[in-house]
Write a protein that binds this ligand. Structure first.
Ligand SMILES: Cc1ncc(COP(=O)(O)O)c(C=O)c1O
Length: 360
């Protein structure tokens, strides 16, 4: 068996211990004589899987009792629609546009109400986080929306926006469980799990209870109404049992490693190795304003498309894979999620250093 260092933005690297445990339990989960993939989602065994997963994410994130944790389908993109459908009482919302995902969420919200852009970093290809200390937020806005970590551009909100008393909704898909957060600062936190937590197709939404309402518009599909999912413990229909199980294993792994404080420490160390190199390299350059740099997604470029292509090809041949930047920006991007070991980042930097020497 030969595992590569996988820098994919998502689906992405998972902890090897978790993959091994899942493999070991594939034919016979916990003495049941069958796989998680084969058992009823209403069985006692699966009930324990989902209950344990919920308790573990509650412990990891210190989620207060007045927040529900929902395991939902449709990925993060489905929540682009669910958010306005469930929250737009006044049919008004304020969006901070820091990249493609926030832009898509805004476009979706516009289908249901008056969603306005109150800040943007589009003027510099989303390479920074705009000042959000005094935004012109409509007084009757139902919520303020951010994409907290911008997977494509490699920026991260280091300070949450001043919402002027409005509810904050945050898409944390690419920074989920990468560091401690104060859940009380948010009305809704949600993330597709396929970057830092588990297999694609599952989105976890953490929603303050008073925001889960029965009186949403009639047109809202039953499945997209948070109340349906909350009342049924995320089991209104057949959920993505496999993904919930895998996330549960990752939660246990995170706990065994020391939780989110330890993850933050490791993520800072890993990111520093790469950013320090980029800051000193003559060939490779980071594309993000330093104070807004993400710990998870690190985009970088050389000044030549040919050199970028050569680098990606040679890195791949050396077991450093999925380094191509998003199709909308080009260049390179290294995603260094929780499960990327420090040695992987060090190997990448060593390779970049050698490449620079050989091609300078
Ligand atoms: C920040 C962010 N939001 C949303 C999405 C979309 O997630 P999904 O594919 O689960 O809909 C992605 C990436 O896939 C992302 O990086």
């Amino acid at each position: 068996m030969s595992r590569v260092y996988n820098f994919s933005a998502g689906p992405a690297v998972l902890p090897e211990e978790v993959l091994k445990q899942a493999a070991a339990e594939m034919l016979d989960y916990n003495g049941c004589g069958m796989s998680i993939n084969e058992m009823s989602h209403r069985s006692k065994t699966f009930d324990q899987v989902i209950q344990t997963a919920e308790q573990d994410i509650r412990d990891l994130m210190n989620i207060p009792d007045n927040y529900k944790v929902l395991f939902l389908q449709g990925g993060a993109s489905q929540q682009f629609a669910a958010v306005p459908m469930n929250l737009m009482q006044n049919k008004k919302a304020a969006y901070i546009v820091t990249g493609q995902w926030a832009k898509k969420a805004l476009a979706e919200a516009k289908k249901y109400g008056d969603a306005v852009e109150v800040a943007s970093s589009a003027d510099k290809t989303f390479s920074y986080i705009p000042d959000c200390s005094d935004l012109d937020i409509p007084e009757d806005a139902d919520y303020v929306y951010i994409c907290e970590n911008n997977t494509i551009y490699g920026t991260k909100f280091k300070k949450l926006p001043n919402t002027k008393g409005h509810i904050l909704v945050s898409d944390v898909s690419s920074c989920f469980l990468s560091e401690p957060v104060n859940v009380n600062d948010y009305g809704v936190i949600y993330g597709g799990v396929q970057k830092n937590v588990g297999p694609a197709g599952l989105v976890i939404s953490i929603i303050r209870e008073d925001l889960i309402r029965d009186d949403v518009p009639d047109f809202v599909p039953t499945m997209l109404k948070w109340k349906t999912q909350a009342d049924n413990g995320s089991l209104y229909n057949t959920p993505n049992c496999w993904a919930i199980y895998m996330c549960g294993l990752v939660f246990k792994w995170l706990k065994s490693q020391g939780g989110l404080v330890e993850m933050k420490k490791r993520n800072e160390e890993k990111a520093a190795i790469l950013y320090d190199f980029l800051d000193n390299s003559k060939m490779f350059k980071g594309t993000v304003r330093p104070e807004d740099r993400s710990l998870m997604n690190v985009p970088f470029v050389t000044d030549s498309d040919d050199l970028n292509a050569k680098f990606i090809a040679e890195a791949t041949a050396n077991g450093l894979v999925s380094l191509k930047g998003h199709r909308s920006v080009g260049g390179m991007r290294a995603s260094i999620y929780n499960a990327m070991p420090k040695e992987g980042v060090q190997k990448l930097v060593d390779f970049m250093e050698a490449f620079e020497k050989n091609n300078g």
